[in-house]
Design a protein around this ligand. Structure first.
Ligand SMILES: Cc1ncc(COP(=O)(O)O)c(C=O)c1O
Length: 425
């Protein structure tokens, strides 16, 4: 049976298969478990049904589980993108989306051996994955992730924002973590295919976006410390709204002076999974005291700003916008890079350099940037029990101006003179 994007609703018979693995005890791990804080392993097995895609990605033209023995049939209804809107979009409360995980329809997956290159992958029904308990990612943290978003535009298009930058960053990270990585082209194709297969989960214009989470992991079994013998590149998606519960209201940060996110020569500059588990303790303590998140200082001098747990930081003084320079301990954010260009185009002077804690406390405005947070104004900073506030409760002028310029581009509301957006239709 064929799934075609240009018809209303199609019914597809898929097959689930009991897979018996001999000689190995396999653990089924939900992809989300590797990044989010689920603690219990609920491994109801979902068979990896292979779905091959056509060259125009949204049409899944062919499916096969590769084996017709011992097959149970199940039926899947898929809403097609050109059906009327009521049928197209998922039935969820689009007005109250937060930044929580929501399972969608399909995930992309491909594997390769150590020393090989990834070949073309496939779309599978979203579900748990299986890993050996001895997998490199579970034992030694050999893993990276990425994060980007797809927006639905008013004219029915779907836009990605600078996806090739995520592909390039993944390649840099993979080199640091001794992993093979997909080419930029493979990454782009995989992202497009995954988004189009999950099109009904992209929020209506202005209601949020589809967060795209590529994962690269050492999935092969190792016991002694070494690179894993096999790697998996996987992409799943989830519709999201605002990252911080404050929404676009200013967030309150506390400066952490004891725990550090990264050290010189370490892995702070790449998006490896261990960087995130390492900040949970400080973040949890901050949230318990009512702060939105933690701002980290450099681990050597404890004097220069680094970044927040999952976003970059900027300080504004007069017409000058400054942000810590990239020197290995800070993630080179794609939003950070874009905001520097947008600000420059708007006539601000931009500086990438060492920024001291004193400058932060003396700034006119402070804001954070990231794919998840977009541009998030900072309302207060607490450092060694001293609280400094910015503006008068409202969103700062510069943050608002830059937020508006960036989101207009991302949502297709402004002309994309930089060629940053990629249209999917
Ligand atoms: C530690 C950290 N810093 C900064 C960022 C912002 O990067 P980007 O703008 O590419 O999302 C992120 C988010 O990915 C992050 O995890």
């Amino acid at each position: 049976m064929v799934l075609n994007r240009h018809c209303q609703i199609q019914t597809l018979s898929l097959h689930s298969e009991e897979i018996m693995e001999s000689g190995a005890i396999l653990t089924r791990v939900h992809p989300n478990l590797l990044n989010l804080s689920r603690t219990s392993l609920n491994f109801k097995f979902v068979s990896p049904i292979q779905l091959q895609k056509q060259s125009h990605f949204g049409c899944i033209s062919n499916y096969s589980n590769g084996n017709n023995n011992n097959v149970n049939s199940l039926r899947l209804r898929v809403a097609s993108p050109t059906s009327n809107l009521a049928l197209e979009v998922a039935d969820i409360d689009w007005d109250n989306l937060g930044f929580g995980f929501m399972p969608t329809d399909y995930m992309y997956i491909t594997k390769c051996s150590h020393g090989d290159n990834f070949s073309e992958g496939e779309l599978q029904r979203f579900g748990n994955i299986e890993l050996s308990p001895s997998a490199g990612i579970l034992n030694y943290g050999q893993g990276l992730f990425e994060g980007l978003k797809a927006y639905r535009t008013d004219d029915g298009n779907i836009l990605l924002f600078r996806p090739e930058e995520n592909a390039l960053r993944l390649r840099v990270g993979a080199e640091r973590m001794c992993m093979p990585s997909p080419t930029v082209e493979q990454f782009m194709e995989a992202v497009k295919a995954t988004v189009l297969a999950n099109e009904r989960w992209i929020p209506p214009p202005g209601k949020g976006s589809l967060y795209i989470r590529p994962l690269l992991m050492g999935s092969g079994a190792v016991l002694g410390l070494a690179p894993a013998p096999e790697y998996t590149f996987l992409i799943y998606v989830s519709p999201v709204g605002n990252y911080f519960k404050e929404g676009l209201a200013p967030i309150n940060l506390i400066v952490e002076t004891e725990m550090h996110r990264a050290t010189p020569g370490g892995t702070g500059g790449v998006k490896t999974i261990g960087n995130y588990a390492a900040v949970l303790k400080a973040q949890g303590a901050a949230k318990a005291k009512g702060f939105s998140d933690v701002l980290y200082l450099d681990s050597v001098h404890k004097r220069y700003l680094e970044e927040v747990s999952s976003c970059n930081v900027f300080v504004v003084k007069g017409n000058v916008i400054s942000t810590p320079a990239i020197k290995g301990t800070i993630l080179p954010g794609i939003t950070r890079k874009s905001i520097l260009d947008v600000a420059l185009n708007q006539g601000f002077k931009v500086e990438e350099r060492l920024v001291t804690i004193d400058e932060l406390l003396d700034a006119d405005e402070v804001f954070c940037t990231g794919t998840a947070v977009v541009v998030s104004p900072v309302g207060s900073i607490t450092y060694l029990n001293k609280r400094v506030t910015y503006g008068s409760d409202g969103v700062g002028r510069v943050s608002e101006q830059l937020y508006s310029a960036l989101t207009s581009l991302q949502m297709g509301l402004a002309e994309d003179k930089m060629g940053w957006t990629v249209e999917l239709k």
